[in-house]
Design a protein around this ligand. Sequence first.
Ligand SMILES: [Zn+2]
Length: 126
Amino acid sequence: MQLDPCPRCGRAVDWAERGRRPLWCSQACRRAAYEERRASASGAIAVRVVERDKVTERVGTQLREPTVAECVERVLASPRACREVVNGLTVKAVHGRLDSGAHAATVAAIERLVQTLINSGTRPVR
Ligand SMILES: [Zn+2]
């Protein structure tokens, strides 16, 4: 019996109709998909299994990692993502992880943001 194509490579998936329905065409794709899901959890785009054995979809159209510029564009387009980045930076600051040299430019940028908000009188709507 032929099942839905492999969600990773699109090749045919054969099933002998015994045991568990396979999702992947091969061990190689199964392992690679596992690695890609792990990578996807850390921000890279990969194949996401939506409903096992039934529906699969590709997240994005490519399997390459997005560039930093693409990630920034997506974050800036989402108020929630912006908030989460700021909250994440706050957590780093609370734990003293923003004072190393690597984040000096980040801290300067945050100071510019805060000063800009103060100067423009921007206040959150409550
Ligand atoms: Zn495959």
